[in-house]
Design a protein around this ligand. Structure first.
Ligand SMILES: NC(=O)c1ccc[n+]([C@@H]2O[C@H](COP(=O)([O-])OP(=O)(O)OC[C@H]3O[C@@H](n4cnc5c(N)ncnc54)[C@H](O)[C@@H]3O)[C@@H](O)[C@H]2O)c1
Length: 391
């Protein structure tokens, strides 16, 4: 890695942008030079908190004026593709770290990959858990044959397939060396007008994913909570089993004498979101920009996770097994709704992440709470609760 100090720009100054800053603050070869957000209080609070020299209302202004080389795309899902495409055209831009889920639909995901390739920009998706000690150790153990031949991964998530399922599917794929998915069978329920960060989502769903070599994943989303988590899954092999989270791994095989806690040598800052994992994913991006190997979280790899999720919806849409590659380029769940396949019995649009929306947030009150030392997230929760109490 060279000694070059990369200029960083941030797009979207909300919750996850704080995790990106945590990562950037841990490494020497970056300098965060600018942030952009159309919401003034979001932008001003963020550049003030992190002492960032420039704040912009639009992305174009930031690209023209601050000339960032790496850009964090921290906006809601439906903006990931238009923002990534716009940023990729920036003359100074060499790398993009776009948040998950990569995109809602294959057309959008592929546009992102193409725009970055055309402009010689390295695109990664922030599936930052690929850098956590638990997932890395589990991958190493599975590659060394600790469970012999992997047969089945069990994944249980909530709060939307695209929201949490993307991490979990990505994680099992990472541990199992990004196997090639062949077909998907899925089932979806949507009786209510549920959304997540402005995206139409299902009430619940499940999917069986079949990979080359006979490996299968089973994922259930918003069905059985039971301490489910985006970063937690279980893999069974022909001669062993492994429970995996970002910071805990338990192995069972002929030589462990029952379940064994695997020593991960955890360090300060080892956690699922932010900290060491965000720092490490940036360093690997810089290596890729400088001619190193493709990033473990590249857009090309992440688009395969989008394809699996979209195929679960497509399978439910047509009640059949979907062979990959998926032909449908749009969002199959939205198409099912348009086609009248998911009639609503509980009226009223709602968003399970409504508590992070800037709409109807009182600027003065937000500023006062921040001045009193509350975090962005704490302040938003209080103000949204106040709004709810008023209604
Ligand atoms: N990797 C993870 O573990 C993880 C965790 C949480 C969230 N996320 C992802 O991060 C993304 C953002 O989620 P969040 O919770 O931070 O949302 P948020 O609402 O807290 O922040 C988004 C910000 O983007 C701003 N914005 C909207 N349009 C913009 C535009 N055109 N240009 C610049 N800024 C714009 C909004 O004003 C807002 O401040 C989502 O896609 C989410 O899935 C990832």
């Amino acid at each position: 890695m060279t000694n070059h100090k990369y200029k960083i720009g941030i797009v979207g100054c909300g919750g996850i942008a704080n995790a990106h800053m945590e990562g950037y603050n841990k490494i020497n070869n970056v300098e965060v030079v600018a942030a952009t957000d159309p919401v003034e209080m979001a932008r001003d609070g963020y550049i003030h908190d992190y002492n960032i020299p420039n704040g912009y209302e639009t992305i174009q202004e930031m690209l023209d004026d601050a000339q960032p080389e790496i850009v964090s795309v921290c906006v809601w899902h439906l903006l990931h593709d238009p923002v990534t495409v716009e940023v990729a055209k920036g003359k100074s831009v060499k790398g993009i770290i776009c948040e998950k889920p990569m995109a809602i639909g294959m057309g959008r995901a592929d546009r992102m990959v193409e725009a970055c390739e055309e402009n010689d920009v390295k695109l990664i998706i922030s599936h930052q858990r690929r850098f956590t000690p638990g997932w890395q150790k589990a991958r190493e153990l599975v590659q060394k044959g600790a469970i012999a031949i992997p047969l089945r991964a069990d994944l249980r998530v909530k709060d939307g397939l695209a929201n949490w399922g993307t991490h979990s599917i990505d994680g099992a794929r990472f541990v199992l060396d990004d196997p090639k998915a062949l077909w998907v069978m899925g089932s979806v329920e949507r009786n209510s007008e549920k959304h997540e960060r402005g995206t139409v989502i299902e009430d619940s769903c499940m999917g069986l994913i079949h990979f080359e070599g006979g490996l299968q994943f089973f994922i259930q989303s918003d069905l059985w909570d039971n301490n489910c988590d985006a970063g937690k899954f279980f893999i069974r092999g022909t001669e062993g089993m492994i429970h995996i989270t970002e910071t805990k791994v338990k192995l069972f095989n002929a030589s462990t004498g029952g379940w064994e806690d695997v020593d991960l040598g955890l360090k300060d800052g080892d956690k699922a979101i932010g900290g060491n994992s965000n720092a490490a994913q940036t360093l690997e991006l810089i290596e890729w920009i400088e001619g190193g190997p493709e990033h473990r979280g590249s857009g090309r790899k992440a688009r395969d996770t989008v394809e699996i999720m979209m195929a679960i919806y497509e399978s439910a849409r047509f009640n059949k097994v979907i062979n990959l590659p998926l032909k449908e380029k749009e969002y199959p769940l939205e198409k099912m709704i348009e086609e009248g396949k998911l009639p609503i019995s509980i009226e009223g649009k709602y968003d399970i992440r409504g508590f992070i929306d800037w709409a109807n947030i009182d600027t003065e009150k937000y500023k006062n709470l921040r001045d009193d030392g509350l975090s962005h997230g704490e302040s938003m929760r209080i103000l949204h609760q106040e709004n709810r109490n008023k209604n």
